[in-house]
Write a protein that binds this ligand. Structure first.
Ligand code: FAD
Ligand code: NAD
Length: 406
């Protein structure tokens, strides 16, 4: 019998960890493993807000695939997935087509714009290395332009962030650190710059511990951030946004709107005709799609229900990394002809969010609240732990975060 073809789509947290696990556990004579990714690097999505604000260069965030994947054991294909044809067991790529016996879908998330007019055309999103770099360069361009025009244009210095979930808040934290540096660099009075967060819920970080939310607000407001809560962003144009609060519509002039108000699964899943729940595949306990025994899903394309709350688990890197262990185990079992598949049960170890490079908040094991330097250190430990898990001590030393003050 021929070796089974295992094809993994996407080298995000879920896809790359599944690949690395499989390359260790399956011999070259047992299966052909192919990893497909748009770029020749893996990026840590959880660091992109730093790249977008310009507090961390994007080369720190991306990791060459060849540095963590053994290309003598895994066939790496740099290409873009166009569609999946599960009935034919084929994947259409931009430049070729692949056949599989076992498929792992790890194509990640994309921004959800909920049909709000103008967002797709005019807002920036923090979704990958290129979109993050664009935000950084766009802000710098506007700061550079400000003093080169006859009339000062305040819209160049107003930065609107739509959504005060973890992404919005972490980005704002970095911006609050970066703006004073940019002001010095571009001869701008820093009191002129406005960072404005527009959040639809009555408070930012809805559902998170109220004391820690208050801590975050104090930390960010003390660095000049303005929060407009209970306000839905309704429209975005090239020159600004409109939000609605208390039945009144208000405009803010701005050339920089960063949309951080929610994510959905990669739309390839829905467009390929998989049965889905708001764009995601509601997987079985063993991480297979409900329709196809040979299709596994990992990361943000998978919907996992939390039996305790009756709601889906939030899409996080933490869960994607944990799920990869089970997916790799089950793919290996299937490739070896076994039906003994493991069930995945996410273990939520905590949530830690940065508020810039020197402040953070978090809830860790047993609901312990942390903030300030302790949370900052914890965030770096989480980041470094992932690097160690992915690429060992070499990768940790190359890309790790060791300076607790920066
Ligand atoms: P992703 O990380 O989204 O990666 C998908 C991969 O697929 C990418 O390599 C991409 O290039 C590739 N790809 C996409 N489309 C195609 C295509 N058509 N063809 C080929 N390749 C393709 N979660 C946490 O747990 N902790 C945090 O601190 C945290 N911080 C975050 C900070 C930010 C700014 C953001 C935006 C998210 C954060 N998250 C965090 C959420 C977390 O990043 C996601 O849940 C996680 O990235 C999902 O991983 P994934 O494996 O599904 O795919
Ligand atoms: P989210 O869905 O968690 O938050 C989006 C926010 O936008 C919500 O507060 C919502 O009320 C608001 N919103 C929605 N529509 C709006 C509108 N029209 N106008 C104004 N506000 C609006 O999305 P996210 O912050 O991008 O996070 C995505 C996932 O990534 C989540 O699962 C999150 O937990 C995870 N994440 C985790 C971390 C961390 O652990 N440190 C950091 C970033 C992201």
């Amino acid at each position: 019998m021929n070796n089974p073809n295992i094809v993994i789509l996407g080298a995000g947290y879920g896809g790359i960890m599944t690949t690395v696990k499989l390359q260790k556990s399956l011999g070259v004579n047992e299966a052909n493993i192919t990893l497909v990714n748009k770029h020749d690097y893996h990026y840590q999505t959880t660091w992109l807000h730093e790249n977008a604000a310009g507090t961390l260069h994007h080369d720190r965030t991306r990791i060459a695939i060849k540095d963590v994947v053994n290309t003598s054991k895994v066939n790496f294909v740099q290409d873009t997935v166009i569609s999946i044809k599960p009935e034919e067991k084929k994947v259409k790529l931009e430049n070729s087509e692949l056949s599989y016996d076992i498929l792992v879908i790890g194509l990640g998330f994309e921004s959800a714009t909920f049909g709000i007019p103008g967002l797709k055309e005019h807002a920036f999103t923090i979704g990958n290395i290129n979109s993050a770099r664009l935000i950084r360069e766009h802000i710098e361009y506007n700061f550079a332009k400000y003093n080169n025009e006859k009339e000062n244009d305040q819209a160049r210095l107003n930065i609107v962030v739509g959504g005060g979930g973890f992404t919005g808040i972490e980005f704002i934290g970095e911006l609050a650190n970066r703006i004073p540096e940019l002001c010095e660099e571009y001869d701008i009075d820093k009191s002129l710059v406005r960072i404005i967060n527009v959040e639809g819920a009555p408070s930012v970080l809805p559902g998170f511990d109220p004391q820690l939310v208050e801590y975050a607000l104090n930390s960010l407001e003390s660095r000049g951030v303005e929060f407009i809560t209970g306000a839905m962003l309704k429209e975005c144009t090239a020159d600004g946004i409109v939000y609605e609060k208390d039945d009144k519509q208000v405009e803010i002039p701005s050339y920089t709107t960063v949309w951080a108000a929610g994510v959905r699964a990669n739309s390839i899943v829905e467009e390929s005709g998989f049965e889905h729940n708001r764009g995601k595949i509601e997987v079985r306990k063993d991480m297979r799609s409900p329709e196809y025994d040979d299709v596994f899903v990992v990361g943000d394309c998978a919907l996992l229900m939390n039996p305790e709350s009756g709601r889906p688990f939030p899409p996080t890197a933490q869960i994607a990394i944990q799920a990869a262990d089970v997916v790799a185990h089950n793919v290996k079992a299937q490739a070896q002809g076994s039906n003994e598949l493991e069930a995945f049960e996410p273990q939520i170890l905590g949530t830690v969010a940065s508020l810039g490079h020197n402040d953070a908040i978090g809830v860790i094991l047993n609901d312990r609240k942390i903030f300030g330097w302790k949370a900052t250190v914890m965030k770096k430990i989480i980041d470094n732990r992932y690097l160690l898990k992915l690429g060992g001590i070499g990768l940790l030393l190359k890309k790790g975060k060791f300076n607790i003050f920066y």
